[in-house]
Design a protein around this ligand. Structure first.
Ligand SMILES: [Zn+2]
Length: 266
């Protein structure tokens, strides 16, 4: 089965970092050929860079998330620009807005998000966006940035259909995580069924969000993206194999992974 790409995981998180080789081995056995190691502060961005340089199945993103926005020093943009110059860096992010936790003041979240979008626009980089209970402001800031929204993925997306449609109308991609597998997630499965095939990415967001049927696993890992794919295939009425091939193609195209894919898929 596969190949699968886990388009968003935190492989250098404390809960995975001590067992990365075993995690990568289990991913390989599950058919997960590539992982995008996401980052939400500068230290994590640098750890992700190190890992991506060591492992050719891992690429990385560099960014400052909404929780960490208040820690943004004067030089964080220069640091991100340097990280983005690494050929293994495939996007800026994650960055965005989180009004659920409000760990950073909202005006600071908004400024740091807008600054990273402006940097991405200048560098021609993709952007991984985190948004929670803040969709209207997130969409407004993306629009005002002037960045082509087709360069953006809304990762671990959880909004029901009207919000999903607003995102899709901009041209952005939608990444779905294990949340889609949860019993209470019927609205999200309706979103999963509605996303156009060429706009869909799959992810674990590990070590968080273990999917059903392994939800009791305290530490999620990329091998479990197979369960996300299986759930999405069911919601969309396609085979898991078809879902795997399509989302793998999408991830390679979106992140410009430079790997040729199955012929016949545009
Ligand atoms: Zn994340």
């Amino acid at each position: 089965m596969g190949p699968f790409i886990d388009s968003h995981c935190h492989l250098t998180h404390d809960r995975l970092a001590g067992q990365v080789q075993a995690v990568l081995d289990r991913a390989a056995r599950a058919g997960v050929v590539t992982m995008i190691c996401a980052s939400s502060d500068l230290a994590e961005s640098r750890r992700s860079q190190q890992l991506a340089r060591l492992c050719d199945r891992v690429y990385f993103t560099a960014g400052l998330g909404p929780h960490e926005a208040a820690e943004a020093g004067e030089k964080y943009l220069a640091a991100l620009e340097a990280l983005a110059g690494d050929p293994r860096c495939v996007a800026l992010g994650e960055c965005g807005l989180d009004y659920h936790y409000d760990f950073s003041p909202r005006p600071v979240q908004q400024r740091v998000f807008a600054e990273q979008l402006a940097l991405a626009r200048r560098l021609g980089q993709k952007v991984v966006v985190h948004t929670r209970e803040a969709l209207a402001d997130t969409l407004a800031i993306v629009r005002d940035s002037g960045l082509d929204a087709r360069e953006v993925v809304f990762h671990s997306f959880t909004e029901p259909l009207p919000g999903a449609q607003a995102v899709l109308d901009t041209g952005a991609m939608i990444g779905l995580s294990g949340i889609v597998t949860f019993a209470r997630s019927d609205p999200l499965r309706r979103v999963a069924a509605a996303v156009p095939a060429d706009r869909l990415l799959i992810e674990t967001d590990s070590p968080y969000l273990s999917p059903e049927p392994v939800r009791e696993m305290k530490t999620n890992e990329p091998a479990n993206v197979v369960h996300v794919a299986s759930c999405l295939a069911g919601a969309r009425g396609v085979s898991c194999q078809e879902l795997a091939e399509r989302t793998t193609h999408n991830a390679r195209r979106f992140f410009d992974l430079g790997i040729s894919s199955a012929p016949g898929i545009p």
